[in-house]
Design a protein around this ligand. Structure first.
Ligand code: PLP
Length: 330
């Protein structure tokens, strides 16, 4: 277990003792947010964004209902939050700032290192948590350089098993455990460890390619997809080039996401109409970015992985062209 923990820690430039294995990213996010309960004597403000994953947003709402003051920062039209807004929201009573590294629907990257610097300068009691589920294993992450106190990752986003993730908790960060019991994970997360799943996480990490070179390859795939979708008048692009090239968010204007989704599914092409965790609802992320209902109702989120090829993109574009000729417009 020690060697495994060491290998996991190394991927984000952390120490072995700073990794807490959890059952998933959701649990790690809950652990980070709920930690404010034991620090109530130092303040009551939490700052997050309106485009976090539900595992952060719903937990923030729960804390709000318990009396904490939660400030939700709104993104600009490219899906990035403003550092000035963060600076204005920070005060001495701030206990926690939680901002994701990469958004799961649009791929936007938040300026975490700058946000941490601001937080540390203006809010002396605040810990900084970063949900890096969409970034881990896809872009280099260095917790020392980012300066975060806590960071969440999950195995199934990098071809690892479902049901395992981890929370990085800096040795300088002192929080109480969320799950108590037999004292596993240095007392921070009791419960018998899911050793086979943790081994699966290790396997996924060992199989990771060089992140920088793969990012360059993914940028080519992303650009090719974007070019084909625009040139063939298939869709408009909602993602921004500054984002992570693993997530391409598009709108096939005039066609309903769900109908397109099922059409593609029949051709063994699997995309999504927003976050898997927000099925059936309009995308709150696109809404927060100020996109129109027309864009939101026809939105598809295309997730790439390191194995995605140009042939896959061609198949997607051809299928969407066929869909547009066969599906009735709304
Ligand atoms: N955070 C983000 C940004 C995600 O995209 C997800 C899952 O899609 C999670 C958290 C939750 O991770 P898990 O599925 O491991 O609970």
């Amino acid at each position: 277990m020690s060697l495994t923990r060491k290998t996991v820690a190394k991927t984000i430039y952390a120490k072995e003792s700073e990794i807490i294995f959890t059952s998933c990213g959701t649990e790690a996010n809950n652990m980070a947010l709920m930690s404010v309960l034991h620090r109530k004597n130092r303040g009551n403000r939490i700052i997050t964004t309106t485009i976090e994953h539900p595992s952060v947003l719903e937990t923030a709402k729960r804390l709000e209902a318990m009396g904490f003051e939660v400030i939700y920062l709104k993104p600009d039209k490219s899906g990035v939050v403003s550092l000035t807004d963060l600076e204005n929201a920070l005060n001495d009573k701030t206990l926690l700032v939680s901002i994701m590294l990469v958004n799961n629907e649009i791929g936007s990257i938040q300026p975490i290192a700058d946000a941490v610097r601001l937080t540390k300068a203006k809010a002396h009691n605040a810990y900084f948590h970063c949900d890096a589920v969409q970034a881990f294993g896809k872009m280099p992450i260095n917790v020392q350089k980012l300066g975060v106190d806590m960071l969440t990752a999950s195995a199934h986003k990098i071809h690892g098993p479902k049901g395992v993730g981890f929370l990085y908790k800096s040795q300088k960060c002192h929080i109480a455990p969320f799950i108590t019991g037999g004292g596993q994970e240095s007392g921070m997360r009791s419960g018998t460890e899911a050793v086979p799943l943790i081994a699966g996480l290790l396997g996924a990490i060992e199989d990771l390619p060089n992140l920088e070179t793969t990012l360059l390859k993914m940028r080519e795939v992303y650009n090719y997809a974007k070019q084909r979708l625009i040139e063939n008048d298939i869709a408009v692009i909602n993602s921004f080039d500054e984002g992570l090239p693993y997530i391409l968010n598009i709108s096939v204007l005039g066609y309903k996401s769900e109908t397109l989704l099922h059409f593609l599914e029949n051709k063994q092409i699997f995309v999504s109409s927003g976050s898997a965790c927000a099925k059936g609802n309009q995308s709150y992320v696109l809404k927060e970015m100020g996109l129109s209902d027309k864009h939101i109702d026809s939105m598809l989120r295309i997730s790439f992985c390191m194995d995605t090829t140009m042939d896959d993109i061609n198949a997607l574009c051809d299928a969407l062209t066929t869909a547009k000729s066969q599906i009735r417009k709304v």
